[in-house]
Write a protein that binds this ligand. Structure first.
Ligand SMILES: [Zn+2]
Ligand SMILES: [Zn+2]
Length: 126
């Protein structure tokens, strides 16, 4: 596997490192209240990739999953709190990894926005 074939990411404390095989099906900003609460931000930002290509290279024991709904699972580092991924038990073949944990910075386009009606007024437009 060469560098161009996958994305790499890590959490704030560096304990968790992962990689995710390309391609990205789509990238998105999600403004739902659950993403806002979990990220403490205007949105959760994700790249949707195949779960089969998602590999935790270090710190798997640090990853805790919070069940935010009957099917939604939100993975985060229990040492530093970084949000790492969102996945659904209803579509186990996909996983949405957080754009903010990618290194280097995500270079692809963000094509989708979810729950735009919930976009906060304090979010700058540009
Ligand atoms: Zn961490
Ligand atoms: Zn959301």
């Amino acid at each position: 596997m060469t560098e161009s074939n996958y994305l790499q990411g890590s959490c704030l404390c560096g304990g968790v490192r992962y990689r995710a095989a390309l391609p990205v099906a789509h990238a998105s900003h999600c403004y739902c209240t659950m993403c806002q609460k979990q990220h403490g931000a205007a949105a959760g930002s994700y790249a949707n990739v195949a779960s089969a290509g998602f590999v935790v290279e270090a710190g798997a024991e640090l990853i805790t999953e919070y069940a935010s709904s009957d099917h939604g699972r939100r993975g985060f580092c229990r040492a530093c709190g970084s949000t790492l991924f969102w996945r659904s038990t209803e579509s186990p073949d996909r996983i949405a990894i957080t754009l903010g944990t990618l290194e280097p910075e995500y270079a692809g386009p963000v094509e989708r926005e979810w729950f735009v009606e919930n976009k906060p007024a304090w979010l700058p437009l540009k």
